[in-house]
Design a protein around this ligand. Structure first.
Ligand code: ADP
Length: 300
């Protein structure tokens, strides 16, 4: 029996890709796609040639987060062409193939694996420094497939995104154990939504009384501060949101012997950038999260 022709085609496509990184999470909603999107923007801003492949087939949010909603994939004689945000940042997602973004994709395992294989075989990325793969949450068929399909071509490893809550951290252990089982190196864990960070001037200041009445004091606070302590206008306020008494992701990583990459704060401006399909690195208001993300990119 000769080599599997699909795997041969995948190996040919991947021969021009230097680094492949999977982005995983135990649960949905922890910011995995947001991280994948901003990581791609950050690498592209450093002049790397970047491809972002979204295989979260049941909830493809990557097109929206890159500002590419409603785009369609074109085919050339070289294969399926990614959609380009910039000349050095191309994106491929099942989201581009759905006639209506509200359509639910209800596919069984084999069909999902089929499309993942097709993405790997048929997308023409050209020369890439990084291929970032945004995987679905959990450890299911899609994860086993992508690792199987890419293993012989060399995967650098996985980044696991979590939130600081214990329930989410428990799932990280499962992800790490999955990576160990399939021989995928863990590049590190990112703790997202870790503390709230916001420029002081974006806060609302309310006075509340026992009857549940609220009064908006924002204008008064901001004007008084501006007059009396103008330096305060430049401050970013930061606070813990979730209980961090157990030590959070950093401690868990130490216990499990995997790198801890950093804490990205819960940042309303980052959420806005993601909603609007923008890079947070160009937005001065996103400074807090952008600086953490930059530090994470340096560690890769
Ligand atoms: P997942 O891919 O894990 O399902 P998403 O990346 O879709 O999660 O994020 C879920 C929601 O949370 C999105 O609306 C996103 O904009 C928002 N979000 C993610 N990370 C942050 C953050 N650090 N600060 C603020 N909002 C965030």
């Amino acid at each position: 029996k000769g080599p599997d022709p699909d795997l041969v085609s995948i190996a040919e496509r991947m021969a021009t890709v230097k680094h492949k990184i999977l982005v995983l999470s135990g649960k949905g909603g922890v910011g995995k796609s947001t991280f994948s999107a901003q990581l791609s923007f950050a690498l592209a801003a450093k002049d790397f040639q970047v491809g972002l492949l979204d295989i979260d087939i049941c909830g493809p949010s990557i097109p929206k987060m890159l500002g590419l909603e409603g785009q369609e994939i074109h085919q050339s004689n070289l294969g399926w062409s990614p959609i380009y945000v910039e000349s050095n940042l191309g994106v491929m997602s099942i989201g581009f193939m759905l006639p209506n973004p509200d359509d639910a994709v209800i596919w069984r395992g084999p069909r999902k694996n089929g499309i993942i294989k097709q993405f790997l075989k048929d997308v023409y990325w050209g020369e890439l420094d990084f291929l970032i793969v945004d995987a679905p949450p959990g450890t299911s068929d899609e994860h086993i497939s992508i690792v199987q399909f890419l293993k012989d071509t060399g995967i650098d490893g996985a980044i696991i995104v979590t939130t600081p809550q214990q329930v989410s951290l428990i799932d990280v252990r499962k992800e790490v154990s999955f990576c160990k089982k399939v021989g995928l190196p863990v590049l590190g864990v990112v703790e997202n939504m870790s503390g709230l960070c916001q420029p002081l001037t974006d806060f609302k200041f309310l006075s509340m009384n026992e009857n549940g009445e609220q009064k908006d004091m924002t204008e008064w606070v901001i004007t008084s501060l501006k007059e009396k302590v103008p330096e305060m206008m430049n401050l970013v306020a930061s606070t813990e949101v979730f209980d961090s008494s157990a030590g959070g992701g950093a401690k868990m990583c130490k216990d499990m012997g995997v790198p801890f990459l950093g804490k990205v704060p819960l940042d309303p401006q980052l959420c806005k950038a993601a909603e609007e399909g923008r890079s947070c690195f160009e937005d001065r208001k996103c400074m807090a999260s952008a600086s953490v993300l930059r530090a994470i990119v340096k560690k890769l």
